[in-house]
Design a protein around this ligand. Sequence first.
Ligand SMILES: [Zn+2]
Length: 136
Amino acid sequence: MKESLKKEVRERAKNCCEYCLVQAKYSGESFSIEHIIPLIKGGLSVLFNLAFSCQRCNNHKYTATTAVDPATGSLVTLYNPRTDIWAEHFEWREYFTEIIGISPIGRATVNRLQLNRDGLVNLRRVLVDAGLHPPF
Ligand SMILES: [Zn+2]
């Protein structure tokens, strides 16, 4: 993948993971350019199929494009940062330290990608206190 394409993806995401919204400049994790539809499922390395993702979210998503909504047991598509609007599927709770799914897609994505991992919640708490979170 060309460096210019990676840079465009990172800048479009405002240097934040497009799933858990952790800011790369404050995260201890590495970040990657994630294929929303994985290469092995025919996804292409084009802007519309790429997302900026922290390594943990990327690892939890792996090659999944669907997951179970824990509230209903239904299989639904995972949140797609290119076609879905974050605020229609997620809300901040607990003073901006936890992400809650407010739709089937949101709930399935929180569960599958584990968007409230201990390290993330701790980091959000520190950043909220410092006035640096949420990022948008
Ligand atoms: Zn993330």
